[in-house]
Design a protein around this ligand. Structure first.
Ligand code: GDP
Ligand code: GDP
Length: 502
């Protein structure tokens, strides 16, 4: 039966808050060499992080504090502890982790996605499950294209959905932090919040060379040791300006719209010195950040009305939409949707951008109901792959309705950036498979096992299963449409990748 082990109950996040002043304890466990120390360093995220292949060097700190999403936790790294003890690797892993696991509010069970699941991993997983502590399964070394698929193999351990990361490259660390915080018991309400100390608490247990000694110059940095600055990678990128582009057929009203959103006083009248200065124009600045229109220079280079489709699509439009996050496709509502508009929409889809359809010249439209319906029908039929595109109607000339544009842009940008939690995704996936099982391919049934969102901007999902790579297109569409409807992924392209196993 599909997923019987997976459905086994794992301990959930405890609801009772921690005692006042007590920090949650997160224990990093797993086989030697899977990358526990590297993960520890990433999570602690400070300059002093030491990484080395040489045993002993990284073993001077087993415990530290990490501030994850504003919450400070005690982090215990069991790396190195397993170097002596019982004969079998599993025996040593267990002996070394036992104590730490008892005190853990959360265990990060780490495996090496590249090496795959080993018998020691399996034994350890079975034992770990019986300890009845909340567990996150971390598949490290999952960088690169094959990484995500390799990570998903760890599903077979029955410890929930593996979280694919690359501690060395910094991939997936931000998500991991969020998942850790989400899995921890709530903190007790505090009257006075102490400022987290600027220096990490580094406790020596088996010191060979300690970092503070190195920093204070009382010891030398051993060879084969690099000081890793993990800070940049693990910080969540601060929300920069949202970049949008106005594209569309010549004469749709793009320049008029740009002038409108820039405001009267910044009306652009023609090429003049210094115009390149505002080839990126800020059109809004509010509590959500800035919104910039890219390629305003391209807008000012007036396209000729008879400019060929090829010329237009290969040059300015592509350039503009490559630089944008959200693309506003401006359509002249008076002349309806042309093939050229659909062509641009497909380019937006191909480039993976979020999209808003802007019906311009609404002031001059006589039968608004019929016009709107005709345009919606055409979009539904011809742009099925981007179903649910938001459509706003306005007049760039009079300004009526233009205020609806920015909220629509923000809305699709949020969707474009969003992530669907893997648990929710797989519950939905099972429902979809039950409702409509995958077809037979050359007489054999495809077995789809798991789905995970590997990326946002645009939302990209990976389906993993036996011969999944042979999944017919109509079944892919069934899944993509289901994703869009269930998780509200409207106005953005959805990517579905398939990884088959033998
Ligand atoms: P530990 O014994 O579990 O603490 O593992 P370490 O953190 O010492 O890492 C073991 C080796 O794996 C080191 O050579 C690391 O550089 C390497 N490593 C750690 N994380 C990654 C990763 O994400 N990708 C790859 N390719 N190597 C990694
Ligand atoms: P672009 O080629 O896409 O940059 O289009 P323009 O902004 O130059 O506009 C083309 C023509 O459409 C101009 O004559 C504009 O005055 C006109 N236009 C633009 N917006 C509107 C609008 O909202 N209503 C009407 N009636 N005409 C508009």
């Amino acid at each position: 039966r599909r997923g019987s082990r997976r459905n086994q109950r794992l301990p959930l996040r405890p609801e009772a808050p921690l005692p006042t002043g007590q920090m949650a304890t997160v224990v990093i466990a797993g086989r030697p060499n899977v990358g526990k120390s590297t993960i520890f360093n990433r999570l602690v995220g400070r300059r002093q992080a030491l990484v080395a292949d040489q045993p002993g060097v990284t073993r001077d700190r087993k415990e530290g504090e990490a501030t994850l999403r504003g919450r400070t936790v005690r982090l215990i790294d069991t790396a190195g502890l397993e170097e002596s003890g019982p004969d079998t690797l599993f025996g040593r892993m267990r002996a070394s982790s036992e104590q730490a696991v008892q005190t853990a509010d959360l265990v990060l069970f780490c495996i090496d996605a590249r090496a795959g699941i080993t018998p020691a991993d399996e034994h350890f997983a079975t034992w770990l499950r019986r300890q009845n502590r909340p567990i996150l399964l971390v598949a490290n070394k999952a960088e690169g294209k094959a990484g995500a698929a390799a990570a998903m193999e760890a599903f077979s351990l029955g410890l929930g959905t593996p979280i694919g990361i690359s501690a060395e490259h910094g991939d997936g660390i931000a998500d991991l932090m969020t998942m850790i915080v989400d899995a921890l018991p709530p903190e007790a309400p505090r009257e006075k919040k102490e400022k987290p100390s600027a220096k990490p608490v580094v406790k020596k247990t088996e010191a060979t060379v300690s970092l503070s000694d190195i920093l204070e110059g009382t010891a030398e940095l051993p060879e084969d040791v690099s000081l890793v600055d993990a800070e940049e990678d693990i910080e969540v990128p601060s929300p920069g300006p949202l970049k949008i582009a106005f594209v569309g057929r010549p004469n749709a009203g793009k320049s008029t719209l740009l002038n409108r959103v820039l405001g009267e006083e910044r009306m652009i009248t023609g090429p003049e010195p210094g115009l390149t200065r505002d080839s990126v124009a800020v059109i809004a600045r509010d509590e959500h950040g800035e919104v910039q229109v890219v390629d305003t220079a391209g807008l000012r280079r007036k396209a000729r009305i008879d400019e060929s489709l090829e010329k237009m699509s290969t040059s300015a439009t592509i350039e503009a939409l490559k630089r944008a996050e959200v693309v506003v496709l401006v359509i002249d509502a008076l002349s309806g949707i042309h093939d050229q508009d659909l062509h641009i929409a497909r380019l937006i889809e191909r480039e993976g951008r979020a999209c808003v359809i802007a019906l311009n010249k609404w002031d001059a439209v006589e039968d608004r109901v019929a016009t709107r319906k005709a345009i919606h029908d055409r979009l539904d039929i011809s742009l099925a792959q981007m179903r649910g595109l938001p459509v706003v109607a306005f007049s760039a000339r009079t300004g009526a309705g233009v205020n609806k544009l920015l909220p629509a842009v923000r809305h699709v940008a949020n969707i474009w950036n969003s992530r669907v939690p893997t648990g929710e995704l797989n519950r939905w996936f099972e429902m979809m498979l039950d409702r409509h099982p995958p077809p037979l391919v050359s007489g054999r049934r495809l077995k789809l096992r798991y789905i995970t969102q590997v990326k946002a901007r645009p939302p990209t999902f990976l389906v993993f299963g036996t011969r999944a790579d042979q999944l017919p297109d109509d079944y892919k569409r069934y899944l993509v449409n289901g994703l869009r409807e269930t998780f509200g992924l409207e106005g953005v392209p959805i990517r579905l990748q398939l990884r088959g196993t033998k």
